[in-house]
Design a protein around this ligand. Structure first.
Ligand code: SF4
Length: 386
């Protein structure tokens, strides 16, 4: 497959709100499928219990919200509305369960609503520790053991240490491939357009992990050989998009505004763990412990002390970025509450930044393109945002 065919396949998967690929997978394997909301869930455990993890990221700009709006007040983000809309339309009937990781009140409430709306399905709210000490570790190990039990009961397949270790190895490999892809883009942003990288990431929401890893590697192999001119664009980090995703048109608009995006936090769950989970005699505990120590810093994860924003400065320096774009979903509490701390850290480090909000069905991307373009121009002209 050449790059065009790979990206075409990814875009078809991205636009497939009927989850036809999941239907096909179930027919082919006889297995069950488990949906999960952003940001992070331990997909290794779902895989080890013989099921397909399916990342659910709302409806993007491809559906009209009619019933979903009736369930929510106006001043919250968009992703729960489109998720409910899709659920009520039967698009998620193919899923045998849904996991709701604790990231904010919206997802917590959605998990309760899901239990009432789909009483026959497995619905699990995954609580995550807020203290990263031995108490938090014991709590998280317990949560992971409970999750494994619920999944095994549903699938009838035991997540044995052998199966868990195999799943760990597969997901470690997937994270390594994605890290390589991000490094390649940061090194040669003209070779890896961000819209392509984004579609590759989104494909990982539905493809089996080994197939996704192979697809990412096939893409990189060809992207390295591409002959594309390097433009005089400004290198930026984009942050705040870890849950509700921007429409693809917005990703393209940012990229076409004179910016090279050299790091970002969309589809963050796939890259949440920074190091390999060790394979060994107690794999379930290893999965739980990896969350305690080896994850990215993000707004939905408690960070101790006053160092909120410090990771952003590190990220900018590591990627040799010249500025930061804060792009949060409208009314996204975690992103918007973290933003001032990030801005403060950047201001102290003399790093230019700009900010805007979006929703997954934002239609007016021209305004965003102009803002990103003005930001890029101001950096080129004066080395700082206007
Ligand atoms: S976009 Fe923000 S507020 Fe909305 S569900 Fe996601 S994390 Fe919560």
């Amino acid at each position: 497959m050449d790059i065009a065919a790979i990206i075409d396949r990814c875009e078809r998967l991205y636009r497939d709100l009927d989850l036809s690929h999941v239907h096909e997978w179930k027919q082919r394997t006889g297995g069950k499928a488990i949906g999960h909301m952003p940001v992070y869930v331990p997909r290794e455990i779902i895989h080890a219990a013989g099921m397909l993890p399916v990342g659910i990221m709302g409806g993007g700009d491809d559906i009209e919200i009619i019933r979903g709006d009736a369930y929510f007040q106006s001043y919250i983000c968009h992703i729960p509305r489109s998720t409910v809309e899709l659920g009520l339309a039967g698009k998620f009937d193919v899923l045998d369960g849904m996991l709701f990781p604790a990231i904010c009140d919206v997802i917590r409430n959605l998990s309760g609503m899901w239990q009432m709306m789909f009483p026959g399905k497995l619905v699990k709210y995954l609580d995550f520790p807020q203290t990263f000490n031995e108490v938090g570790r014991a709590f998280h190990r317990f949560e992971m053991a409970e999750l494994a039990l619920a999944l095994e009961t549903l699938s009838g397949i035991a997540a044995t240490p052998e199966r868990l270790n195999r799943a760990i190895a597969l997901y470690n490999d997937n994270r390594r491939a994605l890290a390589e892809l991000y490094d390649l883009r940061a090194e040669h942003p003209q070779q890896v357009p961000t819209a392509e990288l984004y579609l590759l990431l989104r494909a990982g929401n539905v493809l089996e992990v080994a197939e996704h890893t192979a697809l990412v590697r096939a893409y990189m192999q060809q992207a390295r050989r591409r002959q594309r001119a390097l433009h005089d664009n400004v290198r930026v980090v984009v942050t705040g998009l870890f849950c509700e995703q921007p429409p693809l048109s917005m990703v393209r608009a940012m990229e076409n505004s004179g910016c090279y995006i050299v790091d970002d936090d969309w589809v963050l769950g796939a890259r949440y763990l920074l190091r390999d989970i060790p394979v060994g005699p107690r794999p379930l505990e290893a999965i739980a412990d990896a969350y305690m120590t080896d994850t990215v810093a993000t707004a939905t994860r408690y960070v101790d002390g006053d160092d909120k924003g410090g990771y952003l400065v590190d990220q900018v320096r590591r990627r040799r970025a010249e500025g930061v774009i804060f792009a949060a979903a409208s009314f996204c509490d975690p992103a918007l509450l973290d933003r001032p701390m990030g801005q403060k850290a950047l201001a102290e480090a003399g790093i230019p930044h700009t900010a805007f909000t979006y929703s997954e069905n934002t239609g007016q991307v021209q305004v965003i393109k102009e803002q990103a373009g003005t930001f890029a121009d101001s950096i080129k002209l004066w080395g700082a945002a206007a």
